[in-house]
Ligand binder design. Structure first.
Ligand code: SF4
Length: 473
């Protein structure tokens, strides 16, 4: 995306436009009414039509993913960047007029193919995880491998019972609803009920929970419950409401987006431009004080020792960012669960793999306990994806002194998490519908521990502390 922005800027400059005019134009575009994928749906039964890229981060009750019989796009360029950084190009045979593929170009293509396969899997993951209730896939079978469908079938081969296959001849009869009369008006006949698509004997749907939601629930189930009923955290038992959580989330999201897009290996000045471009693309004014502070924090991190370490990994092609994950866990007595999320940064070594989770915050005591479940889930996903390699997990704070905290779980901790996660996921997926959560005493908590962890609901869980604070004041 940033290459696209730079190309746009170059074209604009080539036509005589100034940097200020380009910035004004971008601001005007950011302020324009939302396009189809960004627009609010006018009614609950509306249909949104959009690409997989545009669907990222959104969800609907029912999602159709068509044309899975097609193949992911392939790179047929005659000149590519070789993994060593050099240019690799095909040579023109002037006698025959044909292009001859050089060894360097073949290597660059192979590298591009591997990267393209990984990108295709990421895109498919996005497409297949947008539906909350029902996912409908269609696409021609019978072609040679290499299609989107082949990727889906490979995944389904391990769990064929997850899909209900509908022959093409029956597909039309499944799609029922009010008949549309000439002129576009719905006919008066009442709609037939949608036939049940669940295959006989299909297990009840497994809870699908974001790793971050599960982590919050594991930390203390009272916290998500209080948020669910609209309560806010406070700085102290009797004090003011903590930072608006929505604004804090927006700041963290922007910092993460910058780190997902910036070229770690770029010179400092280019990094600043890329960070500001990332903010601009999301509709933020890079000149605003809050955005400037985030850019400054991220730049400071990029220049720090851990930032340089990630830059070296990026130069060596060993850094992956925003790696999507879906973790299936089973335990006796509970339905299996699916944990979803994305690992901020993953450094691939030959013998080990390092998981890094960015936090747009200052490192404080108790941080490793606060985020432990989240990092254990990421480490477990990495251990499954890279069998035989040693997995480490760490928190990387982006503010203050850019502290790093090692949260690598032991093997026993990974096994315990595998056993306990399905119960936690079931509880977390019920949310406030499960009723009031256990009391602090039932959870084995006390005021001193909750304070040490920095929870902002002390005022709610220990009202006597609030009264003490008010009396002291
Ligand atoms: S104060 Fe303690 S018991 Fe209450 S929500 Fe926070 S962590 Fe949980």
């Amino acid at each position: 995306n940033h290459r696209k922005a730079l190309a746009l800027a170059e074209r604009f400059g080539g036509r005589g436009g100034t940097a200020r005019a380009f910035a004004d134009r971008l601001r005007a575009q950011a302020a324009r009414p939302p396009r189809e994928p960004e627009a609010e749906l006018p009614a609950e039964d509306a249909v949104a039509l959009l690409s997989v890229h545009q669907a990222k981060g959104l969800e609907w009750p029912i999602v159709f993913v068509p044309d899975l019989g097609a193949s992911p796009p392939r790179d047929g360029r005659r000149a590519l960047r070789h993994p060593s950084g050099a240019l690799a190009a095909a040579l023109l045979d002037v006698e025959t007029g044909a292009f001859v593929t050089t060894a360097a170009l073949a290597e660059a293509r192979e590298e591009g193919r591997r990267a393209g396969d990984a990108e295709a899997r990421r895109l498919l993951y996005v497409a297949l995880t947008r539906a909350r209730e029902r996912l409908v896939l269609s696409g021609e079978a019978g072609r040679a491998g290499g299609t989107w469908r082949a990727l889906v079938e490979a995944g389904l081969s391990a769990r064929p019972e997850l899909a209900l296959r509908i022959p093409l001849a029956e597909a039309a009869t499944r799609a029922v609803g009010p008949a549309i009369a000439a002129g576009g008006e719905a006919a008066a006949a009442p709609p037939e009920p949608l036939p049940a698509l669940a295959a006989p004997g299909l297990p009840p749907p497994a809870p699908r929970v974001a790793v971050t939601a599960l982590s919050e629930h594991a930390r203390c189930p009272r916290r998500p419950y209080f948020r669910g009923v609209g309560l806010s955290e406070r700085a102290s038992a009797s004090g003011a409401v903590l930072d608006d959580p929505d604004r804090a989330t927006a700041r963290g999201t922007l910092a993460h987006a910058m780190l997902a897009e910036v070229d770690f290996a770029a010179p400092p000045l280019t990094r600043r431009v890329l960070l500001e471009a990332a903010a601009l693309r999301r509709g933020y004014d890079p000149g605003a004080a809050g955005v400037k502070r985030i850019v400054a924090d991220v730049l400071r991190f990029l220049g720090s020792v851990p930032g340089e370490r990630l830059a070296r990994a990026a130069r060596a092609g060993a850094l992956r960012r925003e790696v999507p994950l879906m973790l299936r866990l089973e335990a006796d007595g509970f339905p299996p669960c699916y944990l979803t999320g994305a690992i901020d940064a993953l450094v691939e070594g030959r013998r080990d793999v390092a998981v890094v989770d960015f936090k747009y915050a200052v490192a404080r005591p108790g941080a490793s306990e606060r985020y432990r479940a989240q990092l254990v889930a990421y480490a477990l996903a990495a251990a499954r994806a890279y069998p035989g390699r040693r997995v480490t997990a760490g928190l990387q704070f982006l503010r203050g002194g850019c502290g790093s905290v090692d949260v690598t779980p032991s093997t026993e901790e990974l096994r315990r998490f595998e056993r306990e996660a399905p119960r936690l996921a079931l509880d977390a997926s019920r949310g406030t519908a499960a009723g009031a959560p256990p009391t602090p005493a039932e959870l084995g908590r006390d005021e001193a521990r909750c304070r040490a962890e920095g929870c902002g609901f002390v005022w709610k869980c220990y009202p006597a502390a609030g009264a003490r604070g008010a009396a002291a004041a």
